[in-house]
Design a protein around this ligand. Structure first.
Ligand SMILES: NC(=O)c1ccc[n+]([C@@H]2O[C@H](COP(=O)([O-])OP(=O)(O)OC[C@H]3O[C@@H](n4cnc5c(N)ncnc54)[C@H](OP(=O)(O)O)[C@@H]3O)[C@@H](O)[C@H]2O)c1
Length: 253
């Protein structure tokens, strides 16, 4: 029996991945820190769609998080044919004023755990059919982001890493895709202290629309969601980096 592992499945984009994949008949392993939310979602999805839904609680902003997940999967002899590295957070503010600890935790969660889970689970994934990895990056990946310097840098890393891995694994039957949403309605904006920014005031996509496109296009190396965001990324390629980073800073001042 194959499973798809989703990190950050207790809310937002990760929860919607769980809902849409269960509806399509997939067995799931859901992970996040909030156990009650995962339990409620697992009970709901397994009874609604007749699929198996397992939960693993873990703090993935700690150095042991990915290893704990791998050990649980190995101990239970679960086969994983899909990995969605979705858990992540941002924090708005100047680099010098934001807490160093929180910024290091962001790198751990958004980057280090994502790489570690991917590396640890690939041998398991390689033994399955129709395998895929979706790494949730962001439109933030395409330029520097003053006032959210570390968050934008983590997403640039995720995009670059995912594109390279896409090329390395495409001949081996594993699709790797970097999902790049723009502003999306979830708990992210309040967690990142961004609800009053021009970026979010201009309107956010639904997580349902973001996930629907990601799953439909998971064979693509890069998936940008929303016409406005696609336009932003492509027009950014024609303008100087100095302009793009100033615009990003202005949108989240
Ligand atoms: N929303 C946007 O505008 C937007 C735009 C572009 C990219 N993204 C990216 O999309 C991804 C999902 O974000 P979202 O919008 O769905 O945000 P969200 O609603 O805040 O959900 C974040 C998820 O990550 C989990 N998480 C956070 N810290 C964790 C930790 N230390 N250990 C384990 N799990 C943790 C949370 O679960 P617990 O709190 O239960 O642990 C939650 O399930 C992130 O990578 C984000 O950077 C979001």
């Amino acid at each position: 029996m194959n499973y798809i592992l989703i990190t950050g499945a207790s809310a937002g984009i990760g929860e919607v991945f769980a809902r849409q994949l269960a509806e399509q008949g997939n067995n799931l392993i859901l992970t996040a820190r909030r156990k009650e939310k995962l339990e409620a979602l697992a009970t709901e999805l397994s009874s609604l769609h007749n699929v198996k839904v397992e939960i693993l609680t873990a703090d993935l902003a700690t150095p042991n998080g990915a290893k704990e997940i791998e050990q649980q999967i190995t101990k239970s002899s679960w086969k994983v044919n899909g990995l969605i590295n979705n858990a992540g957070f941002g924090d708005r503010g100047s680099f010098t004023e934001l807490s160093l600890d929180r910024q290091l935790q962001m790198i751990q969660l958004n980057v280090t755990t994502l790489i570690e889970l991917t590396h640890r689970l690939l041998p398991n994934i390689q033994k399955t059919d129709k395998a895929f990895i979706i790494n949730v990056a962001s439109t933030a990946a395409f330029q520097a982001g003053p006032n959210m310097a570390i968050y934008y840098a983590t997403k640039a890393f995720v995009l670059s890493f995912s594109e390279a891995l896409h090329e390395e694994l495409k001949g081996k039957g594993i699709y790797v895709s970097a999902l790049c949403p723009g502003a999306t309605a979830s708990e992210f904006a309040s967690e990142a202290n961004m609800t009053d920014t021009k970026l979010f005031k201009a309107g956010a996509m639904t997580a349902e629309a973001v996930v629907k496109k990601s799953l439909r296009k998971k064979h693509k190396a890069i998936v940008i969601t929303g016409g406005k965001n696609i336009f932003g990324v492509w027009s950014g390629k024609l303008s100087p980096r100095s302009v793009n980073r100033k615009l990003a800073g202005w949108l989240q001042a």
